[in-house]
Design a binder for this molecule. Structure first.
Ligand code: 6R9
Length: 691
């Protein structure tokens, strides 16, 4: 990463002296305690929660596939409820009148504040509506909403009654939505059957909205839901209730146009208004499921990452508190959407469990002006701001003025998440946004990890731009070499793995435990030999420098990280393959100045089909429509052939290099195993027409 390695940025003495963790030594001591005395470490933290029944055993696990199935349990024997801890307990502690959310709409001036008591009332009402629909403990509930207050409310309502929420990002297509609904419905019996909770006749509910404005564009979500509804139906699955939150103004709402909606469609407000604003909580065992969240993998369909109750609660709470050095009175602003894990852990759960006041922003950073984020920071005196490198790079292009126009003196900590942050973006964020006084916490983690795994602590960690620095409490990383052996030297590079479970770790892939074990506990070499099966394999590569700092270098599997969103190449390829004119497609990532990685698709057309802009546009639109806008290929390259090994495997390494602009065959590495080496030259020659 551009010469960031050697520069060190220390937190100011003033910041450190007020921080939870005040020095690197303090961090090291706490970290050592978390590893050597986990019982004492986690007991202390867990005593800050309400337990209906205290846990008796901290954790039990099998992390070694050769000894049998992988299993991970934490806080065994305990019973609690996440919603209770996020709301009832906050109110008991006297925080009822504290603002939980400053909601800021897409258009300027559209704002509304909600206290913890307001949230409690709304959550109870929604929980009662869900119960009236027939939702019971253990039933999956789909949530497909924009960033309106009903989104965290619906999540917490599910948590309150023990329903498992599955939030589907509002940018996903009807097909992706239907696929996720169907997957959770058909697999529920496998996961929960043994727990005796899920019934085959469980109702299927989706909470959604009529639409939303994203910048100047109107997105009619309900039309997408309707398509998904029909897809599910033709697959033999009936959605029982579609609960619609009305977000668009009456005269623009598509609800009017959609005359004769089936009886399953109901306005959420009508139901909530009639519902009681108290609702008893369902006490959950520590390992009862809390939610699932679908994420792309290197092969096939997205998988439902399953998180459970107590471990996730304690992990999101602890990481939020320490990584952002949260103090009562702080105003936290995370720009992520609740449709992704960042919004789960650092909007709905971690901050609320800490009783924090937050900004919930519906819009985009460039509407109505490029100062929008900064205006919000100024208006609400935001103290911690958390965003993605792609947003920083996009905003950086407009220069310093849109930032400097605003008073950002309230900011204390800046956060980054989703992809590696290049040192140029890091420095701009640090100097221009943070006036060189705010530590930057570059947080490395994943949907699967539930919360931060490798991250600085702002008062303690000397920063190196581009490095996520050191492990969070309880996290034991290992760097593995090409043979799957742990590298013991400090300075090294390889696969990043984690050696033992931590509370917030995913427990299974919903309905497919074998896939969980194969994806996360098996590492193979280039010849397909199993080289490691007793660590959690992250799928990321990393470097550890001489000072022990971790530098994440990106995915080592076939997953592309576009603007911080994970997309499996196989998913995009399968959509392109379906096009009538396409014989075969191969998709790779390439360096993109704003998105981090862009999507580059090599497409072989059928015999006799001439490449043309119409087909190019059709291919791009197909992916956009069938997966979502963020998965649309940036570049389509009409390929005369694909570089394959004699056994027929596509050599993506070569495709990645050509996509990145390599034009010399000699620079492509070893091509001797190719079935037809001439294909490489013709690919390079045909690159000129890629667009
Ligand atoms: C939280 C989130 C996870 C993947 C992960 C890695 C990349 C996330 C990063 C980072 C470098 C960071 N990633 N944070 N890479 N530095 N600070 O993004 O979850 O959507 O599941 O993506 O994102 O490649 O494996 P998720």
């Amino acid at each position: 990463m551009e010469n960031g390695q050697d520069e060190i940025y220390k937190p100011s003495a003033e910041f450190s002296s007020n921080a939870h963790v005040k020095s690197l030594d303090d961090y090291k001591k706490l970290y050592a305690r978390s590893i050597e005395h986990p019982q004492a470490f986690w007991s202390e933290i867990s005593s800050e929660f309400h337990w209906q029944k205290e846990w008796d055993t901290l954790s039990k696990y099998n992390y070694d596939l050769s000894r049998g199935s992988i299993s991970i349990e934490w806080f065994i024997g305990g019973e609690t409820n996440v919603c209770y801890n996020a709301l009832d307990r906050q109110i008991e502690m006297g925080h009822g009148s504290r603002t939980a959310f400053h909601w800021v709409g897409n258009d300027e001036g559209e704002t509304k504040d909600y206290t913890f008591s307001d949230m409690f009332n709304m959550v109870c009402q929604m929980a009662n509506v869900l119960k009236d629909c027939g939702v019971k403990k253990g039933d999956p509930v789909a949530i497909y909403l924009p960033m309106v207050i009903q989104l965290p409310v619906a999540m917490l309502a599910c948590a309150r009654i023990g329903a498992i929420h599955s939030v589907i990002f509002g940018g996903f297509s009807s097909e992706s939505l239907a696929g996720r609904i169907l997957d959770s419905k058909c697999k529920a019996s496998c996961v929960l059957g043994t727990a005796g909770m899920w019934q085959p006749d469980a109702v299927q509910v989706i909470v959604t909205a009529d639409g939303v404005m994203r910048g100047p564009k109107m997105i009619k979500l309900i039309e997408i839901v309707r398509e998904a509804f029909d897809m599910c139906k033709s697959d033999g699955h009936q959605l029982d209730h579609v609960l619609i939150s009305q977000r668009l103004p009456e005269d623009q709402s598509p609800l009017g146009e959609l005359k004769n909606l089936p009886h399953q469609y109901k306005l959420l407000k009508d139901l909530c208004d009639k519902a009681s604003n108290t609702c008893p909580v369902e006490w959950m065992k520590s390992e009862d499921p809390l939610f699932m969240l679908y994420t792309s993998g290197s092969t096939g369909k997205p998988k439902g990452v399953l998180h459970t109750t107590a471990g996730y609660m304690i992990w999101s709470y602890t990481t939020f508190k320490y990584t952002f050095d949260y103090r009562p009175g702080d105003i936290f602003f995370c720009t992520a959407d609740c449709g992704w894990i960042t919004g789960h852990s650092y909007i709905t759960y971690g901050p609320m469990l800490n009783g924090a006041t937050q900004v919930l922003f519906e819009g985009i950073p460039t509407h109505p002006t490029n100062s929008r984020f900064w205006e919000i920071c100024e208006q609400y005196k935001v103290t911690q701001f958390y965003t993605a490198p792609t947003a920083i790079r996009a905003l950086m292009r407009f220069g310093d003025e849109p930032v400097q126009r605003c008073n950002l003196s309230s900011l204390k900590v800046l956060g980054s998440v989703g992809e590696p942050i290049n040192s140029e973006a890091w420095k701009w964020y640090h100097t221009v946004v943070g006036s060189s006084k705010c530590p930057i916490v570059d947080t490395w983690w994943q949907t699967e990890t539930g919360g931060h795994m490798i991250t600085p602590l702002p008062g303690a960690t000397p920063l190196k731009p581009g490095s996520a620095t050191f492990p969070m409490f309880g996290v034991v990383p290992a760097v593995l070499d090409a043979e799957g052996r742990e590298i013991t030297e400090t300075e090294c590079e390889g696969y990043l793995a984690i050696k033992q479970p931590w509370p917030g770790q995913m427990r299974t892939v919903f309905g497919d435990h074998e896939r969980f074990e194969k994806t996360y506990f098996e590492l193979y070499d280039a010849e397909n030999n199993l080289i490691c099966n007793h660590f959690y394999i992250t799928g990321d590569g990393c470097r550890r420098d001489k000072d022990g700092y971790y530098w994440l270098t990106g995915r080592v599997d076939d997953v592309i990280n576009v603007s911080g969103h994970r997309i499996g190449t196989a998913e995009v390829e399968s959509k392109l393959d379906e096009h009538v004119d396409c014989t075969e497609a191969a998709v790779v990532g390439y360096p993109h100045p704003v998105k981090g990685e862009g999507i580059y698709a090599y497409v072989i057309l059928k015999e006799g089909v001439e490449p043309c802009d119409r087909i190019r546009q059709e291919l791009k639109n197909k992916v956009r429509k069938e997966i979502g806008a963020f998965a649309q290929p940036d570049i389509i390259h009409w390929a005369p052939g694909l570089p394959k090994t004699r056994s027929g495997k596509i050599m993506r390494r070569i495709l990645r290099k050509i996509a990145a602009g390599q034009t010399m065959v000699d620079d492509l590495g070893d091509v001797s195993t190719l079935a037809d080496p001439s294909v490489v030259e013709s690919l390079i020659a045909s690159k000129a027409d890629a667009a």
